[in-house]
Design a protein around this ligand. Structure first.
Ligand code: MHO
Length: 245
């Protein structure tokens, strides 16, 4: 190799490493900038009792921003309650939600508008202590919002008493699998449409939570319509699996 070729090679290598270095420096500058992304927020949890947990799970599952729902037992002292031996617990729903999309206030509004908080010892046709109305709180902000919303509800009419209790959440016991996504499980067509998920997947799935609301006809009317249209559309196109709504 002649001297001039070697020299040229060295210049090329030097230039390459310089550019590489410059690139690295820029890269470092970039990552040392403060991030403008909003900090990621993990889902929050709320628990309510408002009658049959089949229905309660479906009501909240349909809301935009709700990530996951679980039917279960809360508010009592019995250890490991079951549906046939519920003890002093109330049928409840645990809601995991994204606070950037739906607020605790919104959830409270849905709670009040989805049952009769003045009914004594039952809800709708269901009679018994397990159907009582409870807001389970887990912090001071929640507790203030819950108390305020209850006062507002009571102020709407003084001719009867709002029976809703506001209670610190203790242990939430998830109900048996056959009570999870109950409305959806009554609808084999919808189950098939989302790919006949295994039980554990079904319980964790946001889509299943939403379709559970749809199956029970418990989504707001415009959402019922929108989901219906989407389902008809994909069925017409030849039955692919529904992945999201
Ligand atoms: N009315 C309901 C109550 C079920 S519940 C999950 C029924 O069909 O028995 O308590």
């Amino acid at each position: 190799m002649s001297f001039s070729v070697r020299l040229l090679l060295r210049i090329v290598i030097l230039a390459a490493s310089f550019l590489h270095g410059a690139h690295c420096i820029r890269f470092l500058d970039r990552i040392s900038e403060p991030s403008r992304e909003p900090p990621t927020q993990s889902p929050r949890t709320a628990v309510f009792a408002l009658g049959s947990f089949w229905r309660s799970e479906a009501v909240f599952g349909c809301l935009h921003g709700v990530v996951r729902t679980t039917a279960g037992y809360a508010g009592g002292s019995k250890i490991n309650p079951e549906y046939r031996s519920i003890g002093d617990h109330a049928e409840s729903v645990q809601i995991e939600y994204d606070p950037r999309k739906i607020s605790y206030r919104n959830l409270l509004d849905v709670f009040w508008s989805s049952h009769d908080s003045r009914q004594v010892f039952g809800q709708g046709p269901d009679v018994g202590n397990q159907y009582r109305s409870v807001i389970f709180i887990n912090g001071t902000v929640e507790s203030r919002l819950a108390a305020f919303s209850k006062e507002r509800e009571q102020a709407k009419s003084k001719i009867s008493v709002v029976t809703t209790q506001i209670q610190q959440i203790g242990t939430f016991y998830p109900a048996e699998p056959e009570h999870q996504k109950f409305e959806l499980k009554r609808n084999p067509f919808l189950l098939q449409l989302i790919g006949n998920l295994r039980e554990e997947e079904l319980e964790r799935s946001s889509l299943a939570a939403k379709l559970n609301g749809f199956a029970g006809d418990l989504c707001p009317p415009n959402v019922q319509k929108q989901i219906n249209a989407k389902i008809n559309d994909i069925v017409e196109k030849g039955w692919p699996v529904l992945r999201d709504i």
